[in-house]
Structures are given as C-alpha cells and as structure tokens.
Design a protein around this ligand. Sequence first.
Ligand code: IPM
Ligand code: MG
Length: 352
Amino acid sequence: MNFTITLLPGDGIGPEVIAEAVRVLDVVAGKYNHRFNFIERLMGGCSIDRYGSSLTDETLADCQSADAVLLGAVGGPKWDDPAAKDRPERGLLALRKGLGVFANLRPVKVYPALADSSPLKPEQLQGVDILVVRELTGGLYFGQPKTRETMNGRVRAVDTLEYYDYEIRRVVELAFSLAKGRRKKVTSVDKANVLESSRLWRQIAAQVGGENPEVELEHTLVDTAAMRLITAPARLDVVVTENMFGDILTDEASVLAGSMGMLPSASLSESALGLYEPVHGSAPDIAGQGIANPLGAILSAALMLRHSFHLEREASSIENAVDAALNAGCRTADLGGTLSTRRMTDEIISRI
Ligand code: IPM
Ligand code: MG
C-alpha cells in the first residue's frame, strides 16, 4: 500500500531520531511491499529561524493532507525568551489543534531487560503495562482568556481551564474502547474535590462507564494518582485524564520505563490522520552528538503503522525487534550503554 507521511524533525535531537525512524520504515516498506512517501517540513524553533513562525499555514496544510505526521521534538534555549512573540511550543500546540488530535496515547511498558535502569525496585516494576490516554486539544493549554495585564501596579496572569462535555466524552469513550483490547480497567484521573471542570469530567466518565459495564472504572484524584503511579504501577491499565494532568503524569511514568527516550506516543483524531511523536523533548544538551536514544521515535513509527495505516503485522515487527535488541543487551547512553543512535537503529533493523 501507498502512504504519505509528513516528517517534522524539529529541533535538537529531533532530526537525529527521525532520520532513524525513517530508516526503519524504509526497511519495513521493502519487506512488506509498501510505499511510504516522505515530505519533510520545518516546525518549531527551526521554522521560527527560517520563516519567522513556528508553524506556517503551508506546513499545517501539508500535515493535514498527509496520511500521518511523524514529529521529532521542538524547542531549545535559543528560543526560550519569555518575551518572544512566538515559541516552538506554540507551533506544536497549533499543530495538535489544527489536526484535531484530541487523544494522546502514551503507552508505558517496562521491558524486563531494562528493569535496573529505573530507580524503582524491580519487584515494583513487574508486570507494568500502562496506557495513558491524555486529552490533548482542550483544558488549560487552550482555554480563553489567556492573558496578562497590569492593574494598579500589579501584574495579573490568567489561564483558563475549560472543558466541554463532548470533549470529555470522546476521549473517555476512546479510553474505554482501548481498555476492551487490554485488561479491561480504566482509571479516570481528575481533581473533582476542587475543580468544576473535573466534576464534569467525573460525571461523564461515570456515564461512559455505565454504558460499558464489561470495563471496570475507578476514579482517582490526580494527587493520589501521582503516588500510585510509583507505589503500585502494575495495578494500572488504561489511565484517562485531562491535558495538563496527563502531561505531568506521563513524565512521571517515564521513570518506570527506565528512560524518557523509550516512550512513543500516538495522537489520534476523529479520522485516520494521526500525529506520532516520541514523548521526550529536544534534549539540547546532547543534540548533534549522535548519542540520542532512537527507540521513542522508532516505536512512534510503529504506532503510526498500527493506528493510522492499520498495518498491525508491520507494527509488531518493529516492536518485536526492539524487544529482541534490548534482550540482547543493546543500549544507548541514557540506558547506561555505549551504542550510538545509528548503531542502535542498526540493531533494530537487523532484527526486523
Ligand atoms: C509534551 C510536551 C509538550 C506538552 C510541550 C513541549 C508543549 O511537554 O508533549 O508532553 O506539554 O504537551
Ligand atoms: Mg510533557
């Protein structure tokens, strides 16, 4: 089959890891007789430097017309000025909104071979297999007003946490349908003891739970959830939560996996079009050295094959190759190893 993929390598280590994901995809295309057409565009800091905008209309259009978008990472100290008119992160948020990708799937899997890369005790990590479903186009990140003003010599800053019922329902419904293919448990995370938006969240989650009695639903406050993620992670299956809670909890969850560099993500819309990106950032401290862990990007490419192209066998072939390479002891620096980004990818490719 023939697919068009828009690549947004972005900043820092983004281009390094996306180049490796593309090599893996080319191998998969050859082996299973597909054609992946890549269109590469700038987004983030590199786009500010070139066009004066972190995401141009043309680039957004090239993403909207593709079958999927594969993104590296954006940002870096060069664009961190708080007074700047545009920031790399604005481009990323505009892209998510522009693609309508309301659900961000962040699977957190502990590979037994990596159990000692995590600061947690190995017995706590046994059987950890969590799927965080983070709401991605609503909440505090997008609510209006979002302003700053000076009143009577005092500076006041405002962000708005807002959710519509339909925004909550569609992401919670997706979490339930994903749970049916897993261990049939959904943990809905909110702050319903304080926030009105969380009370609406909980009410709708309970309704969706009532419509799906075969799936067990538990409601957990976000502070408790943060603790349980570390004390009893194996008890979690699908976790569904609003945008900012999901942002924070998934960085915490990455500690279970041993390295942020391991985690992939898939952002899904109402159509087949999806946005795929590793959870890690642009890592300016190691950019350009060729030592970044490519697995987050490579596993994101696998999620793209599964969710946007429905190529399950091809997706599994990548995931199995990653398993096998880790079991054979292949490690990049973040996991205490010595393999370069490219050599690590060679190890995956030789196992596909
Ligand atoms: C993430 C990142 C982004 C977010 C930033 C870069 C805007 O932290 O994807 O988790 O907060 O969504
Ligand atoms: Mg984050």
